[in-house]
Design a protein around this ligand. Structure first.
Ligand code: COD
Ligand code: ZN
Length: 366
């Protein structure tokens, strides 16, 4: 079939919105009519070439949709079902999957731009087009592995479902599943964009006592305060580490989250934590970038420095819980969506993200 899609042919060039060929789902695959797709910075890293993927590719990894058709052997979903798409399709059999860490599935790491048989369902004029995160949701239709499909209730709005596909699970998961923040803890969040705001919401959910928003954009800081941050710090006009220590009575925070992706912000995040504190790195810095870490304090202060990919969640058990938290009013995700776009406006949507517009943009018409 033909599907409209936004194709990245070259780094640092606009995405080309055009019709491409989409093959039917093979065994264990599912054809999805994409309902909503979020504008996440992670895709931008690939558009700019800061992270590399085979080109041409259709990006887009934060999505929800409706099952249109299933390939042979698919049993967990059927046509008409609403699903949130997990951008990690876990194989269920590798060491990490069987160890309860499907977010870092080893098989998926091998096939992250194709289906599990190593081929893509997207092509144009005989040329294959890679499927980002096995899904490529900047498109009207997409073929994904069955394990990408997390069943969602019909009462879950599709745009909210898209957020749960990436930024909410990544952010809330970092607090609940990765850091396991205890009530009363002090928290700093470095980078308060779409994902960082979800870290703040996670910290609110667990009753953190102080939630310090750190961002270089004043508008983002104001927005973060509306989501429950108790303090704001702008590193462009003050020493952010010194200010965070001052707010926490000289100690530093119990938990600090890096949610931008640079060596500099990783260093800042680490230095903001107290003796015995934990730094959780969510952002991925450009290829080759390193962060200087004080090797003495790591030991003497028993600091913990860890990465969290996809919020360290187990997608099949944790994403339905996040859906329920939204449906019961515990996560204010509606307020997060500040702009809706059509697929034709995708380059404008990424300009808005780079300009630093607040909240999350979501593509809702294709
Ligand atoms: N100090 C503090 N804040 C900063 C700084 C700085 N030096 N520089 C930029 N910021 C702020 C920006 O003003 C902005 O508010 C925020 O950082 C980034 O927000 P967004 O909305 O542009 O980006 P998100 O939230 O969509 O994405 C953030 C990620 C960390 C997820 C992304 O950049 C990333 O690293 N992705 C790779 C990790 C990954 O693949 N995760 C899984 C899929 S998301
Ligand atoms: Zn994302």
């Amino acid at each position: 079939m033909q599907t409209k899609a936004a194709v990245l042919y070259e780094y640092n060039q606009p995405l080309v919105v055009e019709d491409v060929e989409l093959d039917p789902p093979k065994a264990g695959e599912v054809l999805i009519k994409v309902g909503a797709a979020g504008i996440c910075r992670s895709d931008l890293h690939f558009m700019k070439g800061h992270a590399r993927a085979p080109l041409p590719i259709v990006l887009g990894h934060e999505a929800s949709g409706t099952v249109e058709e299933v390939g042979s052997g698919v049993t967990s979903v059927k046509p008409g079902d609403r699903v949130v798409l997990s951008f990690v399709s876990a194989c269920g059999r590798c060491n990490n999957c069987t160890d309860g860490r499907p977010n870092i599935c080893e098989t998926r790491a091998q096939f992250w731009t194709s289906q599990f048989d190593g081929t893509s369902r997207l092509h144009k004029g005989g040329q294959p087009i890679a499927q980002f995160d096995q899904m490529s949701c900047f498109a009207e239709y997409s073929v994904v592995p069955e394990s990408a499909c997390i069943p969602a209730p019909d009462s879950l709005p599709l745009d909210i479902g898209a957020l749960i596909g990436c930024c909410t699970t990544t952010g809330v998961g970092a607090v609940l599943a990765s850091a396991k923040v205890e009530p009363g803890s002090t928290v700093a969040v470095v980078g308060c964009g779409g994902v960082g705001l979800n870290v703040i919401m996670g910290a609110v959910l667990v009753n953190a006592s102080q939630i310090i928003a750190v961002d270089i954009n004043e508008g983002k800081l104001e927005f973060a305060m509306k989501f429950g941050a108790t303090h704001s710090v702008n590193p462009s006009n003050q020493d952010a580490v010194a200010r965070v220590k001052e707010i926490t009575g000289g100690k530093g925070v119990d938990y600090a989250f890096e949610v931008f992706g640079s060596g500099k912000t990783v260093e800042m995040t680490y230095n903001m934590t107290r003796k015995g504190g934990t730094s959780v790195i969510v952002g991925i810095a450009p290829l080759g970038e390193t962060a200087p870490i004080d090797a003495v304090s790591l030991v003497r202060d028993e600091k913990i420095l860890k990465g969290a990919y996809y919020g360290s969640v187990r997608m099949r058990t944790d994403m339905p819980k996040i859906m329920d938290m939204y449906l019961s009013g515990r996560l204010k995700l509606d307020d997060l969506i500040t702009r809706r776009y059509s697929l034709d406006q995708i380059n404008e949507a990424y300009d808005d993200l780079q300009r630093g517009d607040v909240g999350r943009g979501v593509i809702t018409s294709f």
